[in-house]
Write a protein that binds this ligand. Structure first.
Ligand code: HEM
Length: 490
C-alpha cells in the first residue's frame, strides 16, 4: 500500500523551475479561471502546480471538485494559512474570521452559530421585511435611477444590517460602517490578494519591527487589523446604544445574546466575541457577493432586451400587471428564477471560490494529492462548461427551463458551486437567494432597463470588464432606467 502511494505520480501540470517552481506561471487572480482552464485543456481536469514549495491542485470540472471537496470533505475542508492574513501579529484573520479559519474545533463552533442564524427556517420569517426592503429599493430607483449601483450596494448591506443589527438606514443615505467595510474589502482584494509577500514564504519575517525599511507589509497589516476591530466594535456598539435607547428591534445579535445567557444568566467574553465577530462577518461576506450578482443582472438586462421582455411578460401574466410580485408567485415565475440563476452563472462573484486545503495525502484518479495542497475549484469554468451549457458566454436564462417552463434540476446543480463546496459551502446562500430573487422580480415588473444614453440619446455600448479579487464585479457601467406599467412604487 505504502509503495503504491509512493509510486503514484502528482497530477500533471506546467513544468516549474528548480526551487521556486511555477512562480512565473502563476496567474494574477483576475486571470486565474482562464489560465487554469487552458491548463486543464492541456493536462486534464486535475492540474498540479507548485509555487515556492506550496502544492496547488486545480479542479476544473464539477465531478473532480465534488469528488474531492464534497465526497471526501473530511480531508478537503481546511484553509491555507497565509502568515500575513492569518497571523495574530499581522492581520489576525485566522482567529475569528469564519471563511479564513482553519478547519477544526473552533471553526465548528463559529460555523454552527453562523449556520443557526441563516438557515432556511430563519430566513423564511424574514420575508415580510425583505419585501419592505425591496419596495424601498424600487422607490429610490424610481426617483434616482442613475444611482442604481449605489442602491444595489445599500440594499445588500441593509439586508444584513437590518436582520443582524436591527439597523434601519435609509437606502439613499451613507452608512459610515458600509464605507469602512468597502475600504476593508478593497484592501483585502487589492493588497492581500493582489501581491505576493515574502513573509508568507519566510514566516519569521513577521517578527521584524514594523518601523524597519521593508516592513511596509507589517505596517499595512497592523493598520488593517485595527480598522477591522473598529468595524466589529462599531457595529456592535451602535446596536448596544439602540438597545439602551429602546429603539432596537429583536435581531440576530440580540437573539444570540439571549440564547447565550440562558444557561448561566451572563454572556461570557468568549461568547460575546463570537457573536460580535460573526455578526460583523455576515456584513462583510454578504454585502459584496450579492451586489456582484445584482450588478450582473442590471448589465445583462440592458444588453439583452429580448430576455427582459420575456421576463416582463411572465411577471405581467402572473400578476396581471397591477401589483408587485410576491414570494407566493415564485412557483409561477420560473423565468425569473432562471434569470437569477443565469445572473449568477454568467459571471460568478467568486470565479475560483475560496481555496480549500487538504489535510492528509490522498490518491485521486491515480494521482497523488500531497497533504497540505491548496485546492482551487474553478467555479468560472464549471459554470461555463459546455458539458452543461451551450454558448456559455451568452446570457440566456431560458437554458434552465424545460418544455414545460420548469427549471431543469441538472442544470441548476452546477450553479450551486458559486456558493462553494462541501462543509465550507456558503451558509448565507438562503438569504442571498431570497433577497436577490424578489428584487429582480420587482424591478422587472416596474422598470425598463436599457443601455446608457449619450447626450444625443444614442445608446452607449457597455464595456464588459470585471474587477479582479476574491469577489469580482462588473466595472462601472451606466444604464437608462425608466418606469413601466401601472404599479405604484411610491
Ligand atoms: C450571491 C451571494 C453569495 C455568494 C455567491 C457567496 C459565495 C460564497 C463562497 C464561494 C464561499 C466559499 C465556500 C467554500 O469555501 O467552498 C462562501 C463562504 C461564506 N459565505 Fe457566502 N456567498 C454569498 C452570500 C453570502 C451571505 C449573504 C452571507 C452572510 C449572511 C455569506 C456568508 C458566508 C460565510 C460566513 C462563508 C464562510 C463559510 C466557511 O468558511 O465555513 N455569504 N460564500
Amino acid at each position: 500500500m505504502v509503495r503504491e502511494w509512493r509510486r503514484a505520480p502528482l497530477p500533471p501540470g506546467p513544468r516549474g523551475l528548480p526551487f521556486v517552481g511555477n512562480v512565473r506561471d502563476w496567474p494574477e487572480i483576475g486571470d486565474q479561471p482562464k489560465v487554469f482552464a487552458e491548463w486543464a485543456k492541456k493536462y486534464g481536469p486535475v492540474v498540479h502546480v507548485c509555487v515556492m514549495g506550496q502544492p496547488f491542485v486545480l479542479l476544473n470540472t464539477w465531478t473532480a471538485a465534488h469528488d474531492l471537496m464534497t465526497r471526501r470533505s473530511e480531508n478537503y475542508s481546511d484553509r491555507h494559512c497565509n502568515t500575513l492574513i492569518h497571523d495574530d501579529k499581522l492581520s489576525g484573520y485566522g482567529g475569528w474570521h469564519l471563511p479564513m479559519m482553519p478547519y477544526g474545533a473552533k471553526w465548528r463552533v463559529f460555523r454552527k452559530h453562523f449556520h443557526s442564524l441563516f438557515r432556511i427556517q430563519e430566513v423564511e420569517p424574514m420575508r415580510p421585511a425583505i419585501l419592505d426592503l425591496s419596495s424601498e429599493f424600487l422607490h429610490h430607483l424610481r426617483n434616482t435611477p442613475n444611482d442604481f449601483r449605489q442602491l444595489i450596494r445599500s440594499y445588500t448591506a441593509k439586508s444584513i444590517s437590518k436582520f443582524v443589527f436591527s439597523h434601519d438606514q435609509p437606502l439613499n443615505t451613507e452608512d459610515p460602517y458600509l464605507t469602512l467595510n468597502d475600504e476593508l474589502m478593497a484592501e483585502f482584494n487589492g493588497y492581500f490578494f493582489g501581491n505576493v509577500f515574502l513573509v508568507d514564504v519566510f514566516p519569521f519575517l513577521k517578527h521584524i519591527p514594523a518601523s524597519w525599511p521593508g516592513a511596509g507589509f507589517k505596517r499595512f497589516a497592523i493598520q488593517h487589523k485595527k480598522k477591522v476591530q473598529d468595524l466589529i466594535d462599531g457595529l456592535h456598539n451602535r446596536l448596544q446604544l439602540a438597545i439602551a435607547n429602546g429603539t432596537a428591534e429583536p435581531c440576530m445579535v440580540t437573539r444570540s445574546m439571549e440564547k447565550a445567557a440562558q444557561a448561566t444568566g451572563v454572556v461570557s467574553a468568549a461568547e460575546e466575541q463570537l457573536i460580535k465577530c460573526n455578526a460583523m462577518l455576515s456584513y462583510a461576506a454578504g454585502t459584496d457577493t450579492s451586489a456582484s450578482v445584482l450588478a450582473n443582472f442590471f448589465l445583462c438586462m440592458s444588453m439583452y432586451p429580448e430576455v427582459q421582455k420575456k421576463a416582463q411578460e411572465e411577471v405581467d401574466r402572473v400578476t396581471g400587471g397591477t401589483r408587485l410580485p410576491d414570494f407566493e408567485d415564485r412557483e409561477a415565475l420560473t423565468y425569473i428564477s432562471a434569470v437569477l440563476l443565469e445572473s449568477i452563472r454568467w459571471h460568478a462573484p467568486g470565479p475560483v471560490s475560496i481555496p480549500h486545503k487538504s489535510v492528509k495525502e490522498d490518491i485521486y484518479m491515480g494521482y497523488r494529492i500531497p497533504a497540505g495542497s491548496v485546492i482551487l475549484g474553478n467555479v468560472a469554468e464549471i459554470t461555463h462548461s459546455t458539458d452543461f451549457y451551450e454558448n456559455p458566454s451568452e446570457y440566456q436564462p431560458a437554458r434552465f427551463l424545460d418544455a414545460n417552463w420548469q427549471i431543469i434540476p441538472e442544470l441548476e446543480v452546477p450553479i450551486q458551486d458559486a456558493f462553494g463546496f462541501g462543509r465550507r459551502v456558503c451558509p448565507g446562500r438562503h438569504l442571498a437567494l431570497e433577497s436577490m430573487w424578489i428584487l429582480m422580480a420587482r424591478i422587472i415588473a416596474t422598470h425598463n432597463i436599457g443601455k446608457e444614453l449619450d447626450a444625443n440619446g444614442k445608446e452607449i455600448e457597455p464595456v464588459i470588464k470585471f474587477t479582479g479579487g476574491v469577489t469580482t464585479h462588473p466595472e462601472p457601467y451606466g444604464c437608462h432606467i425608466t418606469a413601466r406599467g401601472k404599479i405604484q412604487v411610491d
